[in-house]
Design a protein around this ligand. Sequence first.
Ligand code: G6P
Length: 611
Amino acid sequence: MCGIVAYTGPREACPVILKGLKRLEYRGYDSAGIALLNGSLQVYKKQGKVSELEKLLASQDTSGQMGIGHTRWATHGEPNDVNAHPHLSYKKKLALIHNGIIENYNVIKQDLLNKGYAFASETDSEVLATFIEDIYLNTQTTLEEATRLALQKVVGAYAIVIISQEGPRQLVAARKGSPLVIGIGQGEFFVASDATPIIEYTNEVVYLDDHEIAVINEQGLSVKNLESILKTPYIHKLDLELEAIEKGGYEHFMLKEIFEQPRSVADSMRGRVNATLGTLQLGGLTEYINRLVSADRIMIVACGTSWHAGLVAEYLFEEFARVPVEVEYASEFRYRNPIIRENDVVIAISQSGETADTLAAIELAKSKGAIIFGVCNVVGSSIPRATHAGAYIHAGPEIGVASTKAFTGQISVLTMMALIIAHRKGTITESTFRKMLVELENIPTKIEKALQLNAQIQYISETFKNARNFLYLGRGSNFPVALEGALKLKEISYIHAEGYPAAEMKHGPIALIDEEMPIVFIATADSSYDKIVSNIQEVKARHGRVIAVVTEGDTLIKEMADFVMEIPATHEALTPLVSVIPLQLLSYHIAVMRGCNVDQPRNLAKSVTVE
Ligand code: G6P
């Protein structure tokens, strides 16, 4: 939610910031803006995508070697030029960019209004800018100190960067609850919401922690906490290639990421699964493995697609490890008073590692004494740092807003976790364990095969691109796949879609079925095959149009369905890793045919750092 970039150094700041903002557009694209320091502060802002800002800047003097930029996902105030960031403070001494929400901004705003200040925008961020300026000017202190004093009074989440036209040339950055990475180059510094705007300049970064303030000036970088205690920043070496964040010849990031899955799933297993030796390990779990193995119950917290991966994991953990599992929306879990017992463990699943509700759920579970495991993609993000142990999925940067390769990476890692527990507990036989390792190692090839359906799915999409509703039905662990297929379609094509357990169709959705209604069945050859065949018959009896994902060689459903998509057979428990692929492609092609912006669907953002 909102992307921020800042630069100071010998280069012209504007092109560096614009390029960075484009990389961060997945975080929000309602408006964009930039503030450049060249003697005085120049601020340019524009509703719409970064490309609109770029057009505006083409006719301006954009010189300056220090600046801040922002791409917005609107929270307070509609997306327009005025509400766009950066925000100038009332006396225009400083400019600020902000990712997050200042919850008590109304109280602060009222105090400032009483003092005679006025505000141009409806945002909480402008209030913060003027609040800091008020302290800065009235206490004759440094910008850093004014920021520190202001932040001590702020309730909410923020990643901010401030520049001022007064005092020494400096960037002041701070975070609580929203991510901030500082890149350290040769005599230059970068600040951004994630490392993607930084990697082509330097691979040395510092991840700012919550309640820390960084000051970047001619002396270099200094980091303090909100109590003014100096911290020694740990410099991480980034392991990220530029190609990983570029489209690589694909029309959209989403398509590239769908096609990356044979590799990304293989990467999730690399050095972990060895079917020849019969070994399986997840290094990040080692310290707390006994707690995981002896858990009486596993609670999974997540949002969106990650929650769907959690539902798949429920089947895996219960099937193999024979441990009860509850899968919770993080946003619901945190507002209840969940019962967490001594031997319960919590697994938080998150692609970005920054989702505010998932982070808050972790904090709540921690406060109740739980051991928390993380399954995340973005290395160094907040959730892996907040959990006791965990495993990265190593999918590489996922930039398309609709999650694809993260989903399969999460299922892959969760399968490994389930098998590790099961093996240690003795709830599966050695031969089943080894068979599963072989199956896991074969999954990338099977995904590759499923991707060959692309042209056929493009053809099917043509038939259904104007549908107004879709139903997705599956049983067992294909039920979460149905949910995920429906979510993908509605996210990027704006077609209303619902996922249901196939048997539940009789209890409501069947009333919707007519000759207009496409119904996607995930009907692979598994233990509930006969039942799902009956469900398909029920739909056909009502003239619904059936698109079925079936196992290669299926003949029965081929007779009944309007269209079939054949995927390779695998172990029933691993089916979601393959059966989701055609559904990703179906949503992609339908959205493209409808002229939708696939990588940046309206109103959505990839990283939801507000609650
Ligand atoms: C947003 C994204 C989804 C994602 C969800 C959870 O809604 O658009 O793709 O599944 O957040 O995000 P996380 O990063 O925690 O997996």
